[in-house]
Design a binder for this molecule. Structure first.
Ligand code: TYM
Length: 328
């Protein structure tokens, strides 16, 4: 069975973008692949985090994994910092990376733009992400479009290691959905929907109550004109809402276009809000049940124990190849 690995940062409320771009595919892939899904708390601290909020968000993201439909009996669910091999391989891979290639990462450029002091963690973020993937020799990495460049760097680092120390790492492929790889902000279709946007009206959080979802969608900006037609260049805002509709209602973009032929934006947005509410309501109910039961801790402990065996072996093999003396 091929291996799938992915992670989500506990750096704020998960959004519909995270769900459509990543989480929904995690759920699909668990039936056909050996899966590793983690909450990447070590990545979250590359920008300042309030300790209490980080703790709460980490548990919340793990519970959302299960609420979204990931079955802990099928897939390994764990917290990145529970498996120390990630940090260790992260360092080993950092020593193989070049300043130039890390400076070219668009996420680094975006997050550091205009700042006087830029955290070193933010800079080496992608080498830790490479370690997350390579430590399990993952074949496939389901992510949204914004992570594509980090995946390319991961492939480069794996190839560099293999060239220097002999074939070892699997070269992973990204798994990026055709529709929904980049869900845009509700207030500005030139920016991706993001949990770190200070304007909560710009994103739909997976835990937003139904009335909040309805309000946010009714206020979402729409292009001039009236037609509900998919054209991301001429109608980026309506096209973004149409992608959300298609993914929540399990329809093609063409079917959405046909359904709303001759109708105005208002009617479309009203129906869209109901589709999103219907999609998220069962997830929210399950989420609250899971949080109340407290079962998440045992699931995470078991997940980390299982995956650590694989990850520790990789670190041992890598160190041996690089010339470290291993304890005997
Ligand atoms: P993060 O936490 O920013 O986002 C988690 C996942 O959600 C996707 N995503 C989106 N997809 C579509 N539209 C959007 N608006 C949108 N916003 C976010 C992201 O592409 C991502 O797949 N670096 C990663 C976390 C990470 C990771 C890994 C991923 C750490 N180690 C190893 C895969 C493998 C990140 O910041 O994701």
């Amino acid at each position: 069975m091929k291996r799938v690995l992915s992670g989500i940062q506990p750096s704020g409320q998960l959004t519909l973008g995270n769900y459509i771009g990543a989480l929904q595919n995690f759920v699909k892939l668990q039936h056909t692949h050996e899966c590793y899904f983690m909450v990447v708390d070590l990545h979250a601290i590359t920008v300042p985090q309030d300790p209490a909020a980080l703790r709460e968000q980490t548990e919340s993201v793990a519970a959302l994994f299960i609420a979204a439909g990931i079955d802990p009996a099928k897939a390994n669910i764990f917290i990145q910092s529970h498996v120390s091999a990630h940090s260790e391989l992260g360092w080993l891979l950092t020593t193989l990376s070049y300043m130039g290639e890390l400076e070219r990462m668009t996420q680094f450029k975006d997050k550091s733009a205009g700042k006087d002091s830029i955290g070193t963690g933010l800079f080496v973020y992608p080498t830790l992400m490479a370690a997350d993937i390579l430590v399990y020799n993952a074949d496939l990495v389901p992510v949204g479009d914004d992570q594509k460049q980090h995946l390319e760097l991961t492939r480069d680092l794996a190839q560099r290691f293999n060239a220097r120390y002999g074939e070892y790492f699997t070269i992973p492929d990204p798994y990026i959905p055709e529709v929904g790889a980049r869900i845009m902000s509700l207030d500005d279709a030139s920016k991706k929907m993001s949990k770190s946007n200070p304007n909560p009206g710009s994103f739909i959080a997976l835990l937003d109550p139904p009335d909040v979802i309805r309000k946010k969608i009714s206020r979402a900006t729409t292009d001039s004109g009236k037609e509900v037609r998919f054209n991301p260049v001429e109608k980026p805002e309506v096209s973004n809402l149409m992608s959300i509709y298609a993914l929540c209602a399990d329809m093609t973009l063409q079917q959405v276009e046909q359904k709303f032929e001759g109708q105005m934006y208002g009617a479309f947005k009203k129906d869209l809000a109901e589709q999103v509410v219907a999609k998220l309501e069962p997830l929210q109910t399950r989420y609250h049940e899971i949080r109340q039961s407290g079962e998440i801790h045992a699931i995470l402990k078991q997940g980390a124990e299982r995956v650590a065996e694989v990850a520790d072996k990789t670190v041992r093999d890598v160190k041996e190849r690089m010339g470290f003396v291993l304890p005997r």
